[in-house]
Write a protein that binds this ligand. Structure first.
Ligand SMILES: [Zn+2]
Length: 294
């Protein structure tokens, strides 16, 4: 097998494992922050029987699967949120790695590679902060402005990480489509446009899905910060995923997700929405790769 392909696969798998760990920590934050507990100290325990969890109970994704979604000690079912967030975060990181492969495969300028890496780290970490914020908002029913604030901070940090390399002489991006284009305004413009359009496509898709699956008089409640199940975890993930994978994959992903969202409705099968989102992102990414090859 081509060594580049092997390296690419290793990078994507490692990104997925790292994402699962970050997803696991994200779950800890979502559970503990609203209770004003520290997220860095203290053992995790079963919420029903209070039994302290061992290392084998805390392996992201695999523990939940191996234990069949039940506590090892008292057999109480564990919320599927844990595996949803862990697997979706892993998927998101794998997509990120897959869409930035030239960073690993073509390290022409080591200094430039480090900046790209730092920028991606900032993006990864901020995305998870946004997820934590979104999930807490959904659970405690706090208002929409907190979400806007979190997204605003996320955007600002990414912008700084993007602009930083241009403070250093001689930096040329190793992974923009056009290597001649090194002007900061153009560079940032492309990137900002891509993120904004991706996010807008997903927001429109989720808005349409909510319109199709809600009663009209429920709609004003979204903006009053009341606790509603109509805005789903998977909607929030759809927006973040679409903002990070590029315009064409985002459009395809959002389309697949919208169809699944309307087809599934609000019944018990909503647990499959995460799979629909993953499939949509994969189809979008593959279509993008296929077009790039032509
Ligand atoms: Zn238990």
């Amino acid at each position: 097998m081509n060594p580049d392909v092997v390296l690419a696969i290793i990078n994507i798998v490692m990104a997925g494992m790292f994402g699962a760990v970050i997803g696991s920590f994200t779950n800890v934050c979502i559970y503990r922050i609203p209770e004003h507990r520290t997220v860095v100290k203290g053992h995790s325990m079963c919420m029903t029987c209070g039994h302290e969890l061992g290392a084998l109970d805390l392996v992201p994704i695999f523990s939940w699967l191996c234990l069949g979604g039940k506590c090892r000690y008292c057999k109480t079912p564990i919320s599927s949120r844990y595996i949803k967030i862990e697997s979706l975060t892993a998927l998101m990181y794998m997509l990120m790695a897959a869409t930035h492969l030239d960073m690993f495969l073509d390290p022409v300028d080591p200094k430039a590679t480090i900046f790209v890496f730092l920028e991606l780290c900032a993006l990864f970490i901020m995305i998870n902060i946004v997820i934590v914020e979104m999930m807490i908002m959904k659970d405690t029913g706090s208002s929409m402005y907190r979400l806007s604030l979190a997204l605003g901070i996320d955007f600002l940090v990414q912008l700084i990480a993007r602009a930083l390399p241009f403070l250093f002489d001689g930096f040329k991006s190793t992974y923009t489509e056009n290597p001649v284009r090194s002007d900061l305004a153009n560079y940032l413009g492309d990137w900002v446009t891509e993120i904004l359009i991706g996010a807008v496509i997903a927001v429109v898709a989720c808005g349409l899905a909510i319109l199709f699956t809600s009663k009209p008089k429920q709609l004003p409640q979204y903006f009053k910060g009341e606790k509603l199940r109509a805005l789903r975890t998977s909607d929030l993930f759809a927006i973040v995923v679409c903002a990070s994978i590029g315009i064409l994959p985002a459009a395809i992903c959002a389309g697949v997700y919208l169809i699944a969202r309307i087809a599934i409705g609000t019944g018990k099968k909503v647990k499959y929405l995460g799979i629909a989102l993953a499939a949509g992102a994969a189809v979008g990414y593959l279509a993008n790769a296929a077009i790039a090859l032509i």
